[in-house]
Every structure is written in structure tokens, then in C-alpha cells.
Design a protein around this ligand. Structure first.
Ligand SMILES: Cc1ncc(COP(=O)(O)O)c(C=O)c1O
Length: 409
């Protein structure tokens, strides 16, 4: 197919998620660069929305996939057979987590892991109520939408799960609404789609305390923050708050689809009884995904990428604050290499994003705050690439702010 034919088929036969897809025709991806049809290159500052932590085409990940493909692909539904890459990844994750997070239930995606965590909270506590936060995002299946924090994306799909409430993020007094009726509370340690909103100091610890007081399970959704992006392997490590259930996905599969919810063995065992097989998945923990994920995790650890994300994130944001000054840019928030650039208006954010694209930069939106432009580059992206990116962003902003030329000028 020619690039033009691919684009036409994409628009005609691939279901669309909006009227304005990026619609770049991908040729290949390498490191932090996306090569598209026509010989154009984009510096990838989104990493597939946080998936490609090692950039594109990491050799160790590719080798692990090839070795596993030669050995076996899918052999049985999740939970029946002992598959080496799956158990090795579960054991490695457990070795990196506190004792109460020693058992992993693998899924195919983030939203599926969220669904599992919500079901676990209800079954383990025998309670039905679920609490989440305004601005939160947990995926697009019905349970995840029910705990989502933006009515715009919920209303068209109502009725959703009953007994779900939302409170304001970072509001200590609102924690009193979490009481003994609640099975679980789900929260992103950094609210990404809300526009990269960081927890206030002590907030997640206070939330932990409240959940313990009332016996509700605390679920941290680290689908985007996990695996090093925010400066530690898991974002919760920065907050003196260990969850009862940890949800992972995105970077977990090293570029292949993989999610997980992690808890204690005792807690997760309630999904295996009364009745048995009440929560199963065909493809969850696919051997290829686990092989890729295990290789990626080892590289993340060996190359100390969480620490690098913290250091390079600070360095980049410092640069961006000088190159993207107020008033057009209201502020820049970040946790490691999860960065939100808040612009003066949605129109400016959209024009800036488009101008960046014409400068060969791929960066993007956040779902719940259209004034905020998000960066989530590969954790391995070089300082030279980021310096170049920040210069192009400076140029893009200047172009967007330049007075429109009249026909006579
Ligand atoms: C915090 C968070 N949770 C859950 C999800 C859903 O993950 P998935 O798209 O893999 O279903 C996302 C996806 O962006 C996310 O950012």
C-alpha cells in the first residue's frame, strides 16, 4: 500500500476516536524518533503516551521477544500453566515492591487492570462503594469510566456503576467523605490527564491514613507514573503511602500490551474462590509481553532510568521555563519526565501543539484540561535531543504569538 492508500484505508476502515487524528503514516520508529511517510521525522515527546520508556526498538527488548516467540506464544488462559517469563516478571516486580505487594495479576491493558482492582476491592471487603477523584482518569471500559473524574466522558454512557462518588484531589477535608461504606479508593499519584496535577505534600499519606481508618482498600493507578517516569520506579515511593493495590500498564510491557494489578497474595486469593474462576482472562500476561516487559524492566533498573528521569526532568523544565515564558505559558508542572505545560487558553495550547508538530515535534494534549500540553518522552531521550526540542518549542511559540501578517505587510 502506498502512504496515500494507507491513509485512505485508515480513515475509512479503522474506527476513529476523533475527527482530528494525527494521521501520520508511520514508516518506522527508532530511539526517540518516529519516521513517517515522505521522509519526515518527528522527535517523539510522547513515547506512545508513556509506553516507550526505552524509546523505540531497544535491542534487548527485541531479542527477548524473538527468543520467547521461538519458544512459545499463547498456550493457555491466564492462571493455569507455569510460563517462565510471566513468573519471572511477577517475581521481579515483587522483589522491587514492599512486602504487601508481592502478588501480581496480569492483564492486557491499563483499564482491564483497573477493572480487576475495583472487583478485588468489592470482593475483598464485601462493600460496594467506590471513591475516586475529580479530574482522574482510569481508562475507558465501563467500570473505569465510572470512576473517571470528568462528566464530559461519562454522561454519554450512563447509567454507569452505582455507588461511585468523586471528591476533589488535594482537598484534605474531603477525605472525611471516605467512610465504612467504601470498598476502595482509586487515585493516580500524579493526575496526568487532569493536566499533570501533583499531590500536595502529605496528601497521599493522609489518604492512606483515612483508608486504613475505615477499612477501604487504597488503589494507586500508576499506569502512566509507574516504571520510572516520575523519578522513582513507582511514584508512591515519593509519598510515604503504600497502596493496598497497585495498578500498572503502559511501560510495563516494554512496548507490547500488558497491565497488572498487584496486591498481597492473601488479598488476591479472594479472586480464586467463591466461586473459582470468577475473574479470568485469555490473554492477560501474554508470554511475549512478559518477556518484553522483563527485559525492559532490567534495562530501566540497570541504566538507573528513574533517577535519570528526575534529573533530566528538572533540567528540561528549567530550560522550558526560560524558553516558554509567561504570560503565554502560565506554568509548567512536572514529576520527572511527566510534564504539563499550562498555556493561557485552550486555543493557544492547540495552536502551539500544531506549531510544534510543524517543527517536527510530537507532543500532545491532556484529556481533562485542554490548556495543558503534555510531554512524556522516552526516559532514555538524550539531553541534546531535549535541548533541540526546547529550542523548537520556543520557535513554535514565537510563531504562534507573532501578530498575523496582513496582506499589505
Ligand atoms: C492513569 C491511567 N489509568 C488507566 C489508563 C488506561 O490504560 P489503557 O489505555 O491501557 O486501558 C490510562 C491510559 O491512558 C491512564 O493514563
Amino acid at each position: 500500500m502506498t502512504p496515500g492508500e494507507q491513509l485512505a484505508a485508515f480513515l475509512r476502515h479503522v474506527a476513529q476516536t476523533s475527527d482530528s487524528p494525527l494521521a501520520l503514516v508511520v514508516e518506522r520508529a527508532e530511539g526517540s524518533t518516529l519516521h513517517v511517510a515522505g521522509g519526515r521525522q518527528y522527535l517523539d515527546l510522547l513515547a506512545g503516551i508513556g509506553v516507550a520508556a526505552l524509546g523505540h526498538g531497544n535491542q534487548r527488548v527485541l531479542d527477548a521477544i524473538a527468543a520467547q516467540a521461538a519458544r512459545h506464544l499463547h498456550v493457555m488462559v491466564y492462571g493455569e500453566l507455569v510460563q517462565e517469563t510471566q513468573v519471572a516478571l511477577a517475581a521481579r516486580l515483587a522483589s522491587l515492591l514492599p512486602a504487601g505487594l508481592g502478588c501480581v495479576y496480569f492483564t492486557n491493558s491499563g483499564t482491564e487492570a483497573v477493572e480487576g482492582a475495583l472487583k478485588l476491592a468489592r470482593k475483598a471487603t464485601g462493600r460496594s462503594w467506590l471513591m475516586s477523584f475529580h479530574g482522574g482518569f482510569h481508562g475507558d471500559t465501563l467500570g473505569s469510566v465510572s470512576v473517571g473524574g470528568n462528566p464530559l466522558y461519562k454522561t454519554p454512557f450512563e447509567p454507569l456503576l452505582p455507588n461511585v462518588t468523586q471528591i476533589a484531589f488535594n482537598d484534605l477535608s474531603a477525605l472525611q467523605h471516605i467512610d465504612e461504606r467504601y470498598a476502595g479508593v482509586i487515585v493516580e499519584p500524579v493526575q496526568a490527564e487532569a493536566g499533570v496535577v501533583l499531590p500536595a505534600p502529605g496528601y497521599l499519606a493522609a489518604l492512606r491514613k483515612r483508608c486504613t481508618e475505615v477499612g477501604a482498600l487504597l488503589i494507586f493507578d500508576e499506569v502512566i507514573t509507574g516504571l520510572g517516569r516520575t523519578g522513582t520506579l513507582f511514584a508512591f515511593e515519593q509519598h510515604e503511602a503504600v497502596p493496598d493495590v497497585l495498578v500498572l500498564a503502559k511501560a510495563l510491557g516494554g512496548g507490547l500490551p500488558l497491565g497488572a494489578f498487584v496486591a498481597s497474595r492473601k488479598l488476591l486469593s479472594c479472586l480464586a474462590h467463591d466461586p473459582a474462576l470468577a475473574h479470568v482472562t485469555t490473554f492477560g500476561g501474554h508470554p511475549l509481553s512478559c518477556a518484553a516487559g522483563l527485559a525492559a524492566l532490567e534495562v530501566i533498573l540497570e541504566e538507573k532510568l528513574p533517577g535519570r528521569a528526575a534529573r533530566v526532568g528538572n533540567w528540561l523544565v528549567d530550560k522550558l521555563r526560560r524558553r516558554l515564558p509567561p504570560p503565554a505559558v502560565v506554568g509548567i508542572r512536572h514529576a520527572g519526565l511527566l510534564i504539563g505545560i499550562e498555556m493561557q487558553s485552550p486555543a493557544l495550547a492547540s495552536a502551539f501543539t500544531a506549531a510544534c508538530r510543524s517543527e517536527g515535534l510530537l507532543l500532545g494534549w491532556t484529556l481533562h484540561d485542554d490548556k495543558v500540553v503534555r510531554l512524556a518522552p522516552p526516559l532514555v531521550i538524550s539531553e541534546a535531543e531535549l535541548d533541540e526540542a526546547s529550542l523548537r518549542m520556543e520557535r513554535a511559540l514565537a510563531r504562534v504569538l507573532a501578530p498575523t501578517k496582513t496582506a499589505r505587510s
